[in-house]
Write a protein of this length. Structure first.
Length: 257
């Protein structure tokens, strides 16, 4: 029998694996969820948008046995506690954590308030700490954490997004530092997307899509599925010697290290 292409690429090492995915209702998160579901993983999908994440979980698994959802605010430590508790209650352990929840708000730096700065940092960076810290005691040996940073972490962000750029730079350094501490039992890696066509950047692309497109050698924006494939690779045994690294999924727009 011919296996689907992704099965050939990363074997069946995600079959029955238990995944916590945050930001699961988003453009990239939902694509990651669909990819992992195809690969046979069991998942707890967490998102602030309770209705959308519940709809997604039900559409993937109407029985609710393999795929569950939970309402979750990444900026609240108690919500991270609840996510981990629900995952352990249902599945007994964790294999992979993919903290993808984030916000991307426009705000010129000169008038950025402390509250605006804190809001972005609390969701995009603190939230990654909260969920990873609480998950780690339950992650089985051989498990992984795959963070989602951004090209912004490597080359700086678009104007009016200094808080976002700083939060993603933090996620990148977090990833490398944690990889040193947890390897080899838990591998920690990062995916840094370029411009991916999702609700997060819809307004930016409406305003200045042509400008962003002109710097992408691929000649198009990326899809959530293309990010999902990179995440699946980093969670699978096919990446067993990859630790503390970044996969750039950006159509060639950024080719630095
Ligand atoms: N789309 C891009 O071009 C792009 C580029 C680089 C990096 N990224 C990163 O990819 C990840 C996914 O982004 P996306 O494009 O799918 O965005 P999206 O806006 O489509 O999805 C983000 C999801 O996060 C959820 N969310 C927002 N605030 C939350 C909170 N406080 N608690 C829990 N969930 C919350 C939203 O409800 C949404 O479902 C993010 O980490 C983002 O920074 C995206």
């Amino acid at each position: 029998m011919k296996m689907p292409q992704e099965m050939q690429l990363i074997d069946n090492s995600l079959l029955d694996q238990v995944v916590i995915l945050t930001g699961a209702a988003g453009g990239i998160g939902s694509a990651i969820a669909r990819t992992f579901h195809r690969l046979g993983a069991r998942m707890l999908l967490a998102d602030y948008d309770e209705q959308s994440v519940s709809r997604l979980a039900l559409s993937l698994d109407p029985t609710g046995e393999q795929v569950l959802s939970i309402a979750y605010d990444a900026s609240k430590p108690s919500d991270a506690d609840a996510v981990v508790a629900k995952c352990i209650d249902r599945f007994g352990h964790i294999d992979h954590v993919v903290p993808a929840a984030a916000i991307f708000e426009d705000q010129p730096f000169a008038t950025m308030t402390d509250a605006q700065w804190r809001r972005t940092m609390s969701i995009n960076l603190d939230g990654v700490f909260y969920i990873c810290r609480r998950s780690i005691p339950h992650i089985r040996s051989g498990g992984t954490i795959v963070t989602i940073a951004s090209s912004a972490a490597h080359e700086g962000c678009s104007p009016e997004h200094v808080h976002y750029g700083a939060s993603k730079g933090g996620v990148l350094a977090f990833t490398k530092s944690l990889a040193r501490e947890l390897s080899p039992n838990i591998r920690v890696n990062n995916v840094s997307p370029g411009t991916i066509d999702t609700p997060m950047v819809a307004e930016l692309l409406r305003r200045s899509g042509d400008k962003w497109l002109s710097i992408i050698p691929a000649g198009r924006f990326g899809t959530g599925e293309e990010v999902g494939d990179a995440v699946a690779f980093l969670c699978s045994n096919a990446s067993s010697y990859v630790m503390g690294q970044t996969i750039h999924v950006n159509g060639g727009s950024y080719m630095g290290g």
